[in-house]
Design a protein around this ligand. Structure first.
Ligand SMILES: [Zn+2]
Length: 445
């Protein structure tokens, strides 16, 4: 592996003179130095209290935020430098072939890895119906569903992911069995598993606002076997939205809204995506797969449905953000035109558009994400004892979030990385035509 690390000052050093983002309160603090030892933050201390002989790195006028967390990816080996380059220092893989995800977790969590930290669910658990065969463990009965959870837990996955085609009985069995093992559950819901019932059954996190429209219009959804969930989003109803959000807030369900994936799916016919500069970082193989969608015309009816869904979900997300604190940030990369790392920034802007404040958004991207992936004792805030995963920014992100786009220095486990060097590494790989295995797309290529 190419080493993109620039020289890290010493095994023990202190960042002095910068302003620190407190992800517990969403505020900025001056006057404290960050003392890093090895891969951890040793202390957050007044500069006068530092050891006299410690190596001091002057970051006057700079801002430090914790490394960011993408809670929804389908990781592949080549993604690693792109995540880091864009300040994403931890990711959760929510659907990958089991052996691959266990192997990758070992590699990426190594203290010298040029990669984000990785939390995994292994394959999703689903009933027949979804097309992602390589990353799905299929079950037909509640007994098989429970056995699948047992098997995944035995192999050491971190969390459990039920998927969109489950029957209600299988879904309930998965949640119950996962909780029996003390495992957090994160779901992509579907027609038979609407969000209200799923939350009442104890589901911990919902991805993509899935199952929400089915829950708000459950009578219509139950009555018509072919009722289209996208169409349901076009019928907005303030009372139903409020009731849904009441339940989410009351039960403390985590929400990974993932605005961007729906926007992309709605505009895949847009040929302007074909020469997007981010494509330079995408291996040829995957780039041509993405472009097959663009070259396929989208019928006007589907365009209309998708755009109605995007608009409805946008309004729901805006209302949700007003009241729900348990928001985390996820992308679903590498689905079409979601470039790892880059699309995380696009997702941040999409959440700003929904009316999220800059400080709440940075909290969602750091500590809230860390909580959802259950790494908050290790990452997510600039506290003594946690990993030294942090980003050095040139100006105040609470005044203008665009500074995150201009990120140059990323610290992962105490080691310094230059964003440009990581991007160059990723570009070289993308253009080398090296074949790689994709657990997400192999079966439908
Ligand atoms: Zn996904």
């Amino acid at each position: 592996m190419i080493n993109s690390a620039v020289e890290t000052p010493a095994n023990s050093y202190a960042l002095v003179g910068g302003t620190l983002f407190d992800s517990h309160t969403g505020s900025l603090n001056d006057g404290k130095a960050l003392w890093v030892e090895g891969d951890r933050i040793r202390a957050v201390a007044a500069p006068d209290d530092l050891p006299v002989d410690i190596k001091r790195v002057d970051i006057t006028d700079k801002y430090v935020i914790p490394g960011m967390v993408d809670v929804h990816v389908h990781s592949e080996d080549w993604h690693a430098p792109l995540y880091l380059a864009k300040g994403v220092t931890s990711v959760r893989d929510v659907g990958c072939e089991l052996e691959t995800s266990l192997r990758r977790r070992n590699e990426w969590n190594d203290s010298n890895a040029v990669a984000p930290r990785l939390v995994i669910t292994g394959p999703v658990i689903d009933c027949p119906g979804n097309q992602w065969t390589a990353m799905t463990h299929y079950v037909n009965t509640p007994a098989e569903a429970r056995a699948a959870v047992d098997m995944l837990v035995e192999h050491g996955v971190d969390q459990i992911k039920p998927y969109a085609f489950l029957t209600w009985q299988c879904f309930e069995a998965i949640i119950d069995q996962a909780h029996h093992h003390g495992k957090f559950t994160v779901a992509h819901l579907g027609k038979r598993t609407n969000a209200r019932r799923a939350i009442e059954a104890g589901l911990d996190e919902i991805e993509h606002l899935s199952g929400i429209s089915e829950a708000m219009w459950s009578e219509e959804n139950d009555a018509a076997p072919d009722w289209n969930w996208m169409y349901l989003w076009s019928a907005l109803d303030r009372q139903r939205m409020d009731k849904m959000i009441d339940l989410i807030v009351e039960r403390g369900t985590w929400m990974a809204i993932t605005r961007l994936i729906w926007q992309r799916l709605a505009t895949l016919w847009d040929t302007r995506l074909l020469d997007h500069p981010q494509l330079d970082y995408i291996p040829t193989h995957l780039r041509s797969f993405w472009n097959t969608f663009i070259n396929k015309p989208m019928p006007p009816e589907l365009r209309r449905l998708r755009s109605a869904q995007v608009a409805g979900a946008q309004i729901f997300a805006a209302k949700l953000i007003e009241r729900c604190e348990r928001i985390c940030v996820g992308t679903d990369t590498p689905l079409p035109h979601l470039t790892p790392g880059f699309c995380y920034h696009d997702e941040l802007w999409a959440l700003l558009e929904c009316g999220m404040s800059e400080s709440a958004l940075l909290q969602a991207a750091t500590l809230q994400g860390a909580k959802a992936i259950e790494l908050d004792r290790q990452i997510g805030s600039l506290d003594a004892g946690k990993y030294a995963d942090m980003l050095i920014l040139d100006s105040n992100p609470l005044v203008d979030m665009r500074v995150i786009n201009q990120l140059t220095t990323v610290i992962r486990g105490g080691q310094f990385f230059e964003s440009d060097a990581l991007l160059a590494q990723a570009k070289t790989f993308a253009q080398s035509n090296t074949p790689y295995a994709s657990t997400r797309f192999n079966d439908i290529w």
